[in-house]
Structures are given as structure tokens and as C-alpha cells.
Design a protein around this ligand. Structure first.
Ligand code: DX5
Ligand code: ZN
Length: 214
């Protein structure tokens, strides 16, 4: 199991400090939530934020692009230092091509589905992705409640991976805590994104230890 703390819930005025806290506590990846105010009703980071973070940590940067027409940003985020670039299936009519472009740009390619989108929408791209992210809340904000019905999608992706010999990692994002993590892990999730559970607590390291015990 890997833990990817989401800096969406970090203190932006002390971002390097908050990144070092989770890195020292054994984070496996750093999850960066990019929002454009169109695909989701919130605005966060652009490529310059990724470029600013890159020299501050050795953690892989797991960049979650909640933006319309993500293809236009692939090159900029790749050059900024993203390791994995994840795009929403709902955000582009050119899903296959944009995933190919991400790989050509030298990043791992990930695809994301909103709660209302079925795994079947991904069948054509599963052979070419490194990661599949199942949203377990509606994207846009941290601190929302986990939607239990999403666990079935994780199980479906895990079964497909076994049957077809695919190699993608399965990631879940939204409302992940020590209480909600066991079910998604049992269903086959490999990477847990956790924002508020880690950062809204007094001791982020203790929160991450709780997740590992889950
Ligand atoms: C939500 C973001 C998440 C967010 C999760 O749109 O994609 O990565 O940071 O926050 P929590 O863990 O608080 O639900
Ligand atoms: Zn995210």
C-alpha cells in the first residue's frame, strides 16, 4: 500500500514545511490537485506550483488534473517536473491521444473517473495507462465524505487487471481515513490519497501511521 498525501489540505503559506513533514513520515508520493475553475468549481495550482515544489522534495509528484481539455497542459506540467499526470475521462474527447501524449512527454499516464462514470468508460484505454484513479468523492474540494459505492469500481478494476494482465496501479481519492481505507484496500487499491485526514490533524505522521495500520 502506498500513501499519497494531498497538499490541497496543507498550509500553503508553509508548503515546503508541510511537504517535508509527510516525506519524513514515509509518504510514498505527493498528490497535487490541479483545478481550473471550469471542470471543477475551484481554483488551485498551475505548472509553476509544480516547478516550485519539484526541488523541495524527492517524492514523486502525482499530478491530478481536474481541468477541461487537459491536453493543452501536458507539456507544461511535464517540463515542470510532474512524474505522473492524471487526466479525467470526462474532461476530453481525446482521452486515448492525450494519454499517449503524456507518455511521449516522459510522464506516467493516469486516467481518473468521477463518481458518476463507470469503469466501462475506460476499457479502451486500460492497456495504455500506468495508473487508474477512482474518485471516491465528487472532485473539487478536500474534506468531503467517502462514497462507499465506489469500492465496487476498485474491485472491478482489480479483476480486469488480473484477467487481462494489465499493469496499472489503482488509486483512490476522496474521504480516505483509517475507517474508509480497509474496504478499498481489500477491493484492490494500491495507492491511497489522503488530504484532510493527514493535514487537518495536529500530527500528520501519526495520521499516516493510522492509515498504514488500516
Ligand atoms: C478532491 C481532490 C482530493 C482531495 C482529497 O477533489 O482530488 O485529492 O485533496 O481530500 P480529502 O482526503 O480531504 O477528501
Ligand atoms: Zn486529487
Amino acid at each position: 500500500m502506498k500513501i499519497a498525501p494531498s497538499i490541497l489540505s496543507a498550509d500553503f503559506a508553509n508548503l515546503a514545511r508541510d511537504i517535508h513533514t509527510v516525506e519524513a513520515a514515509g509518504a510514498d508520493l505527493l498528490h497535487v490537485d490541479v483545478m481550473d475553475g471550469h471542470f471543477v468549481p475551484n481554483l488551485t495550482f498551475g505548472p509553476s506550483m509544480v516547478a516550485a515544489i519539484r526541488p523541495v522534495t524527492n517524492l514523486g509528484l502525482d499530478v491530478h488534473m481536474m481541468v477541461d481539455a487537459p491536453g493543452q497542459w501536458v507539456q507544461a506540467f511535464a517540463e515542470a517536473g510532474a512524474d505522473t499526470l492524471m487526466i479525467h475521462a470526462e474532461a476530453t474527447a481525446h482521452l486515448y491521444g492525450t494519454l499517449q501524449a503524456i507518455r511521449t512527454a516522459g510522464c506516467k499516464a493516469g486516467v481518473v473517473i468521477n463518481p458518476g462514470t463507470p469503469v466501462s468508460a475506460l476499457l479502451a484505454v486500460l492497456p495504455i495507462v500506468d495508473q487508474v484513479l477512482v474518485m471516491t468523492v465528487n472532485p473539487g474540494f478536500g474534506g468531503q465524505q467517502f462514497i462507499p459505492a465506489m469500492t465496487a469500481k476498485v474491485a472491478e478494476l482489480s479483476a480486469l487487471r488480473d484477467q487481462q494482465g494489465y499493469t496499472y496501479a489503482i488509486e483512490v481519492d476522496g474521504g480516505i481515513t483509517d475507517v474508509t481505507a480497509p474496504a478499498v484496500l481489500q477491493a484492490g487499491a494500491d495507492i491511497l490519497v489522503a488530504g484532510s485526514f493527514v493535514y487537518a490533524a495536529a500530527d500528520p505522521a501519526a495520521q499516516m501511521a493510522k492509515l498504514r495500520r488500516a
